[in-house]
Design a protein around this ligand. Structure first.
Ligand SMILES: [Zn+2]
Length: 108
């Protein structure tokens, strides 16, 4: 039986692993119930600022995201842009490869 050359030593090596942790974060947001023509039902609408807060990003990024994803929106009072939340969550979910879902609602 031929022995392995001792100079070589045991075959150690280094490997690199990537472990993806999925964080679950629950957030609350204030919404307006409105009729969404695109969804053809009444849905929750959220302001751009509210959505930015929800996703820890800037209003500008939210706005650009909704533009590139052709999200449902309406112009509310005082010319504020309101985004259809279910539609926004669907678009966000695709982008984040995770699940973003509405788990509850409360009437404030
Ligand atoms: Zn909609």
């Amino acid at each position: 039986m031929a022995r392995r050359n001792d100079m070589e030593g045991p075959h150690h090596r280094e490997v690199v692993l990537e472990i993806e942790h999925i964080k679950v974060i629950r957030k609350r947001a204030k919404t307006n119930l409105r009729f969404c023509r695109d969804c053809n039902r009444t849905t929750d609408f959220i302001s751009v600022a509210g959505a930015a807060d929800l996703f820890s990003t800037s209003p500008l990024e939210v706005f650009e995201f909704t533009q590139s994803n052709v999200c449902h929106f309406q112009v509310g009072s005082e010319q504020t842009i309101l985004l259809c939340l279910p539609d926004l969550l669907t678009a966000m979910g695709k982008r984040m490869k995770g699940t973003v879902k509405l788990i509850g609602e409360s009437n404030l």
